[in-house]
Design a protein around this ligand. Sequence first.
Ligand code: NAG
Ligand code: NAG
Ligand code: NAG
Ligand code: NAG
Length: 506
Amino acid sequence: MYLSRFLSIHALWVTVSSVMQPYPLVWGHYDVCKTQIYTEEGKVWDYMACQPESTDMTKYLKVKLDPPDITCGDPPETFCAMGNPYMCNNECDASTPELAHPPELMFDFEGRHPSTFWQSATWKEYPKPLQVNITLSWSKTIELTDNIVITFESGRPDQMILEKSLDYGRTWQPYQYYATDCLDAFHMDPKSVKDLSQHTVLEIICTEEYSTGYMTNSKIIHFEIKDRFAFFAGPWLRNMASLYGQLDTTKKLRDFFTVTDLRIRLLRPAVGEIFVDELHLARYFYAISDIKVHGRCKCNLHATVCVYDNSKLTCECEHNTTGPDCGKCKKNYQGRPWSPGSYLPIPKGTANTCIPSISSIGNPPKFNRIWPNISSLEVSNPKQECYCNPLGSVHDRCNGSGFCECKTGTTGPKCDECLPGNSWHYGCQPNVCDNELLHCQNGGTCHNNVRCLCPAAYTGILCEKLRCEEAGSCGSDSGQGAPPRGCPALLLPLAALLGTAGPLGI
Ligand SMILES: *[C@@H]1O[C@H](CO)[C@@H](O)[C@H](O)[C@H]1NC(C)=O
Ligand SMILES: *[C@@H]1O[C@H](CO)[C@@H](O)[C@H](O)[C@H]1NC(C)=O
Ligand SMILES: *[C@@H]1O[C@H](CO)[C@@H](O)[C@H](O)[C@H]1NC(C)=O
Ligand SMILES: *[C@@H]1O[C@H](CO)[C@@H](O)[C@H](O)[C@H]1NC(C)=O
């Protein structure tokens, strides 16, 4: 089964003053690994950093409960409403489908009424703690792209820890602590993600925001991925370039959002009052109706497709890489050390493809374009390697003395670096703009120095033209009451596209 491919403009829905408004988000695309382009040399492949789309990862996980027999209903048990100790007409019976609450119900389709949920046995052994570990395993590294959201059917627990593993469950680190009283429960000062900053974004905090028992209608606990992204990408995640730039250069930050497993440690159920009502222990239990985990397979920017086969996720690696995460070079393509693709320069990134091994010369690789003519090399220097960058060099091979000949604006032994005043974008292009000198006009922003990203109403190399001017549709003579500036009607096609993208559809 393929995690489907999708459009290249993506959207994020954010809450603005408690009204849901669509906010356009143009992410770096990274949705193709290679494309054929035309150069003076004819058709060549251009390789790019690429990644699978973000999707609902709960479809691909295995869930494990500890203790294993903690689910209610075996033997059948009566439980009371959390808020009313005398309303005890609910029954959990594992052997009757309508009365059973197995763990799968945390991941089934929501929106049914009444909702379906997993439920634990009640706290009948009080004061022995009622504790449950819920472990979610993917057997694959995944990158989280949206908030983890846990919806409780009963009150939200008084104490809980969300943990993560990056090594398939061998070691665990806390991700976030949740408590009605952080100091009392974990000896930590309560904090909220909003108290963090770019510099403290990796701090593990204890939050009291989500532990108000059954006293409010809110049943949801978040692990805030988007708020953390926003420290780099701005409040509406508009500047994804900046986030991608940071992810690219800061391994710790990338790893922070990467997991192979998650574990929800439920340490104390909602009590809602200071004291536990020992006469009505059937009021206390855990119940979860939904868990949301959005993310993507980690493929090191070498694949757009992640396949789920035999209950296993695997990247379909490109760029002559291999392994479940495209974490190494294919046999015979070990001509230089493996490296992950790079998000930079935005928007295409750098593929960092694996190249043919020296030892594979005996059976010549089908890689003539960047692999020099072996026999001509042997006439120069037999040890010479010259992987001339096909976009940056005039010829795809070295010249007679083993040098790559670079195009205008390009330099470096492989013609893959730009001279000052140029930036890489399918080869080196002369700079158009500069963020510091603010060449882009009308609120446009400089993108990689080679082009201005204009607000919707403007166009032109430096966003100097009104888009409607270009289309000849400005002013009152359109007769449609269109405002003279801004041409908001042009936003419509974009809004239409946005409607089809998922949450944080990366
Ligand atoms: C949950 O996991 C922790 C280790 O992270 C362990 O110490 C604890 O005993 C487990 N709890 C249960 C109820 O299995
Ligand atoms: C990888 O190898 C195949 C042949 O095995 C070749 O067709 C392809 O162009 C190579 N390069 C990349 C970057 O994928
Ligand atoms: C490689 O170079 C040799 C000697 O310069 C030449 O005879 C041969 O045609 C070249 N092969 C290719 C594929 O260009
Ligand atoms: C090869 O290119 C280098 C660098 O541009 C140049 O110095 C050299 O003269 C060239 N050799 C030949 C044989 O063209």
